[in-house]
Design a protein around this ligand. Structure first.
Ligand code: C5J
Length: 244
């Protein structure tokens, strides 16, 4: 069934769930096909977000990422509430670091390198306290958790296969950091044929100017990487797709 409101055409399934809703977005509206979409939350790990973690030991102001948590939680709860697929990622390595190339581990001159012991356990190593997703956004049963050795969520992971198996063609991204793991994952997804939308206030960077530049890069040239939208618009769309 299909009907027209003042602003949009809405398609309704036999079970009365909406299958396509319009999200106000940049550079133009995003047609969300909820049952073909997944929410992908990138690397909301304690080590990047909490004081005393890896991010802070690198000299970063983690409050710039902490303000993302309540916004991301609101989107997550709305998405979950509508029964949408959720994917969480963690940047993490095996304890023996066999999946961490020396070029990654040895780059720069940090006080703590990947695998070293920090205030929340070994840096970016699976199973360590700092590698866990912040409690506010913790995965629940049925949600996909991807441990990724790279910046991109598709590199060295099963993510593309898991999404393809479920018929997913659209990805709504949140998480940190905007210009590193979020943007890399979005570009990887773009090359694999997904329509991608980034939640503007659901992503954060230690460098606000890099976040602003990333949002601009994504939406430039008619959405060369995808769309961006505010959390409120995504929550509203998810709420309209809810079947109670
Ligand atoms: C970084 C990430 N910045 N999740 N990781 O090293 O963006």
């Amino acid at each position: 069934m299909q009907y027209q409101t003042a602003n949009e055409t809405i398609n309704i399934n036999d079970d009365m769930s909406m299958v396509m809703v319009r999200i106000a977005a940049q550079p133009f509206a995003f047609a969300l096909e909820f049952r073909k979409a997944a929410l992908v939350i990138i690397d909301m790990q304690r080590d990047f977000v909490e004081p005393g973690g890896f991010g802070e030991t690198l000299g970063n102001d983690v409050s710039l990422l902490q303000c993302v948590v309540p916004v991301a939680r609101d989107v997550l709860l709305a998405w979950r509430g509508a029964g949408g697929l959720v994917v969480h990622t963690r940047e993490s390595h095996l304890p023996d670091l066999s999946d961490c190339p020396p070029a990654k581990r040895l780059r720069g001159n940090p006080t703590l390198r990947i695998g070293d012991s920090g205030p929340m356990g070994r840096i970016l190593v699976r199973g360590e306290a700092g590698n866990q997703i912040v409690p506010e956004l913790a995965p629940v049963a049925g949600e996909i958790v991807i441990d990724k050795p790279g910046k991109g969520a598709f590199h060295g992971t099963e993510l593309h296969r898991l999404l393809a198996e479920r018929g997913i063609t659209q990805l709504v991204f949140m998480g940190v950091t905007t210009e590193v793991c979020v943007q890399t994952s979005m570009r990887e997804a773009n090359d694999r044929g997904y329509d991608c939308l980034l939640v503007e206030d659901g992503t954060g960077s230690y460098f606000p100017e890099f976040k602003a530049a990333t949002l601009a890069m994504i939406t430039a040239q008619g959405g060369i990487v995808g769309w961006t939208a505010m959390a409120g618009a995504v929550i509203d769309a998810a709420d309209r797709c809810r079947v109670d």
